[in-house]
Write a protein that binds this ligand. Structure first.
Ligand code: HEM
Ligand code: MG
Length: 334
């Protein structure tokens, strides 16, 4: 019943992806969009269902086809998100707010909150979205985008958003939240998405024919704000996996290292030494599987347990492909 994860693309080469088969159509009043500029854009071009509700395998296919994510990397993101924010019974997930379109919920404390659910995949210190404490954590914010532009002007090559701009913006957003958000949480699993999402735009939002790691503000405006690919946009020239993203993530981290922690009131960042740091990838994998997911599914039984276990297996498959972690089984093995 649950489809297996998609295989790698048969042809993962450079290609026009803003093509006539995938026209931009702005989201209508009933179409859901959320905190991820990439998935929003893919939905608005029909790589994902335009209403913003999708199966995890559809998300894997969409990011491979539309942006040339490597198969393992695509599965890592999609199944991680699905386990935290999707409906394991209907196999559907919202790319934004919670919706009845994902079907009847499994019993609480399951959230099935969609990608906008704060404190799961979505978290604090986003680049173009405010922290949930201040307002809508899924909505593009122009003031923050102005900060994105000025940081790129100051640190990026020729005013582009490049890896140097990414390092500074990531640091600034963290410092800003430490100073202003009394409820800041910056621990696993948010730390891993915070750093990788700072790098992603320098890769995937740059036209694959150029592929120079320098995102123009115009292209950034298209993806982040308009949820639209630039005219004539071509995807990456080859599938991009962990092996390419990890060194860049490490590079921006090393410019401004930090330790995981939470604010106890404004400007009072308390370290959480018992939680895994960014460098401990397998520790973060285990934290997701042994703490975060059982937080919503303490004792799943029957079909619920069966489906969650399947998705845990798909998730581990992606983790294992390029990181040598040991699989953990919160609900026993099948
Ligand atoms: C943010 C999910 C793929 C780029 C997010 C967030 C989620 C998410 C939940 C919100 C995190 C936060 O900022 O609080 C996913 C899932 C993917 C995926 C499930 C499945 C494959 C991609 C891809 C890109 C991308 C392929 C390529 C550029 C971004 C960026 C942000 C983001 C740049 C940060 C936005 C900001 O900080 O303002 N994503 N994403 N994502 N995503 Fe994705
Ligand atoms: Mg956020």
């Amino acid at each position: 019943e649950i489809p297996n994860p998609p295989l790698p693309l048969a042809d993962g080469s450079l290609k026009l992806v803003n093509d006539p088969a995938h026209p931009f159509i702005a989201a209508g009043p009933n179409d859901i969009r959320g905190p991820c500029p990439a998935l929003n854009t893919l939905a608005s071009h029909g790589y994902l269902p335009r209403n913003g509700v999708a199966r995890p395998d559809q998300i894997v296919t969409a990011v491979m086809e539309g942006l040339n994510l490597g198969n393992d990397f695509a599965k890592f993101l999609a199944y991680q998100a699905f386990l935290m924010n999707g409906n394991p019974i209907t196999n559907l997930m919202s790319i934004g707010m919670k919706t009845p379109l994902t079907g009847p919920d499994p019993p609480k404390p399951a959230l099935v909150g969609g990608l906008s659910q704060h404190g799961t995949f979505e978290g604090d210190t986003s680049m173009t979205r405010v922290d949930a404490f201040f307002g809508d954590q899924a909505l593009f914010n122009e003031d923050l985008f102005q900060g994105f532009i000025s940081t790129s002007a100051q640190f990026g090559f020729n005013g582009t958003y490049d890896v140097n701009a990414a390092a500074e913006l990531r640091f600034q957003r963290l410092q800003n939240s430490i100073q202003t958000n009394p409820q800041l949480v910056f621990t696993s699993p948010r730390i891993i998405s915070a750093y990788s999402e700072a790098v992603f735009p320098t890769i995937f939002f740059v036209d694959g024919r150029l592929n120079n790691g320098q995102l123009t503000i115009d292209a950034a405006r298209h993806f982040f704000d308009f949820q639209m690919m630039p005219d004539d946009f071509h995807r990456q020239p080859a599938p991009v996996n962990f092996t390419m993203v990890d060194p860049l993530t490490k590079a921006i981290f090393d410019k401004h290292p930090f330790s995981p922690g939470v604010n106890h009131g404004k400007n009072n960042f308390v370290l959480q030494p018992q939680t895994p740091p960014l460098a401990d990838f397998c520790g973060i994998y285990e934290d997701i599987v042994l703490r975060v997911i059982p937080g919503q599914y303490p004792r799943p039984t029957g079909i619920l347990r069966e489906n969650i276990n399947k998705n845990l297996g798909f998730f581990f498959g992606a983790v294992h492909a390029e990181h040598n972690c040991t699989q953990v089984f919160p609900f026993g093995r099948d």
